[in-house]
Design a binder for this molecule. Sequence first.
Ligand SMILES: Cc1cc2nc3c(=O)[nH]c(=O)nc-3n(C[C@H](O)[C@H](O)[C@H](O)COP(=O)(O)OP(=O)(O)OC[C@H]3O[C@@H](n4cnc5c(N)ncnc54)[C@H](O)[C@@H]3O)c2cc1C
Length: 457
Amino acid sequence: VSARENRDLIGRLQQIVGGEHVLTSRDILGSYETDWTRRFSGSALAAVRPASTAEVAAVLAACNEAGVAVVPQGGNTGLVGGSVPRAGEVVLSTRRLAQVESFDPVARELTAGAGVTAAQANALAAAHGLQLGVDLASRDSATVGGMAATNAGGIHVVRHGMMRSQVIGLEAVLANGGVVDRMFGVVRDNTGYDLANLLVGSEGTLGVITRVRLRLVAVERRRAVALLGLDSVEEAIGVALAARNGLPGLNAAEIFFAPGMELVCSAMGLTPPFEKRFPVYVLIEAAGAGEVAEGLAAFLEGSARAAASAFATDARDCARLWAYRERHTEAINTAGVPHKLDIALPLGRMAEFVREVGPVVRSLDPGGREILFGHVADGNLHVNLLGFEPDDERPDDAILRMVAGLGGSISAEHGVGVAKRQWLHLTRSAADIAAMAAIKRALDPRGILNPGVIIPA
Ligand SMILES: Cc1cc2nc3c(=O)[nH]c(=O)nc-3n(C[C@H](O)[C@H](O)[C@H](O)COP(=O)(O)OP(=O)(O)OC[C@H]3O[C@@H](n4cnc5c(N)ncnc54)[C@H](O)[C@@H]3O)c2cc1C
């Protein structure tokens, strides 16, 4: 595309959304061009901020015609480099699609523009004792459209499932400007291909999600949190499985390790929870309307005896215990630019992985270190590697191959983005990838939507 064609396209975009919503100045573009981890960045032709489905459709039609690629961006909290441009794309920001259109506390659902953040949706729902089924530490910036586009997981998957389970309706604009409207949300609907479900988890490669209709869940009146210090991963898995099978109202089961606990405490200025250092920590949360604290206490007494434990029931103390786990991502970012791998393993292989990962990292660089944490009941571990250059792919390669060898997945919840695409073949067959590429070609024949994300361009 020539400089003149780019100028013409910018002129058309200005006509569609208004001049002030087509950003081209380098200073302002900066925040749209670099991702949250700072590992991924590129330069954009412009960032465009449409305010309606019709404007999104016109923007995509114009870019498609001009053959200029488009990177959809919500809160830009994605961790796999899919939300930022590589070179010369138009960033389509959904942040002005920010209306909560309807809220039905009886049906327990909410219809919102893609740019509404999780925190905004929750603030509205909270007045009626409701909330989104998916919760994550990026809630203040992550948008409901971005969460659907990445099929976000988070801390309550063990109870409510991933974002896919929350989406009951969806509207999206395809590359040619056509609008797929699957908002009507009837429970039984067997009328052909499930396009809404196809768009969930498509990471901006098949369409721009413009509106979503989401299931809400009750904010449980009572909550109790226990933090346990344990001696091994096997013990942690034992606790998580026992909780899954026998703890009423299990709401979260999280794992982290001594190096993470130490980093969080030093970087965030937190006092360690126990005098003794434990190799493994598990945080269990139960929530419900009844005798939640009693249930969790009985569970700890019967099935999850630990050498050290801390227990909380009021909101402030619960938040204090959660901080050791939730502030990992932030603390890791203060220690460098991490390689973030988000893997899932069969529970029976998790201990083996944890044992082997350190030696593998050190064999590549004696100064490399790994900080692991994750959602233990679902076999999900976030593997954060520090001490490697952003473009050094050796640790990613070694670890993702190890995961594949153990029968796991190279992405549990963050998606593939550009960060994992070259390893997709490790856990998806050639036939799978060919089918995905065929779907991509059919919906986006000119390849303008987030090229190079999921499937290498
Ligand atoms: C501190 C922190 C904690 C996190 N914790 C979790 C966690 O527990 N679980 C989890 O799953 N993730 C987690 N994440 C990752 C991230 O928050 C999620 O992936 C989130 O769903 C991204 O939403 P977003 O609006 O920021 O999307 P963006 O980062 O803007 O985009 C992410 C991807 O979706 C595409 N996209 C965005 N909006 C749209 C749209 N409207 N239509 C089509 N495509 C779109 C983009 O092109 C990109 O490929 C965390 C991130 C941070 C920074």
